[in-house]
Design a protein around this ligand. Structure first.
Ligand code: INI
Length: 163
């Protein structure tokens, strides 16, 4: 989670390669759609700013954050992208299942990163309340979607270097 010391959008700098050939898949949760829509907008804008072509950004939606693992795995197989970004938002106050959903998606995405041939980027907000989510979805602490997009470009380049 971003703190007062780090803006989630500030990692976007000169070190990000211009990437007109990249193919990026994004799977976005529908839960807290007002927040995840902002994450998606941020991710898409940041990818395009770094040269990724609109035609090479593949976007799908799943019902909730828990479904992001399955969504990412299927998108990796279907679109054969250079990186997959998962976007979700889990707010603690909303559910006693908070911990299960957070642990499920964290373990799921970690497992995909250890088994798939493509990096899967964790763009999931896990916050104590709605305001913290707003602050990190284009608010005062930047946009977790921007951070995820920059990470996807860097990890796709890393995967090519490490072939
Ligand atoms: N899914 C979210 O993405 N965010 C939440 O805050 C949330 N809450 O609060 O429950 C949530 N639950 C749904 C979950 O991700 C699954 O869709 C559901 O359990 C069906 O598998």
């Amino acid at each position: 989670m971003a703190t007062a010391y780090q803006n989630l959008s500030s990692c976007d700098g000169d070190s990000v390669p211009h990437s007109p050939l990249l193919r990026i898949a994004i799977v976005c949760a529908e839960w807290n759609a007002d927040i995840t829509g902002k994450l998606l907008e941020g991710a898409r804008n940041t990818l395009e700013r770094h040269g990724v072509k609109d035609d090479n950004i593949f976007i799908e939606h799943v019902p909730g954050t828990f479904e992001l693992t399955f969504g990412a795995q299927r998108m990796a197989m279907h679109y054969r992208p250079d990186a997959v970004i998962v976007l979700g938002c889990v707010i603690q106050g909303d559910t006693p299942h908070f911990n299960y959903v957070c642990e499920g998606v964290t373990e799921g995405i970690t497992r995909l990163n250890a088994t798939l041939d493509v990096p899967v980027i964790f763009g999931v907000l896990t916050t104590n309340d709605k305001q913290q989510a707003i602050d990190r979805a284009g608010g005062k602490y930047g946009n977790k979607g921007d951070e995820a997009a920059v990470t996807a470009i860097k990890m796709a380049a890393f995967a090519v270097r490490m072939k």
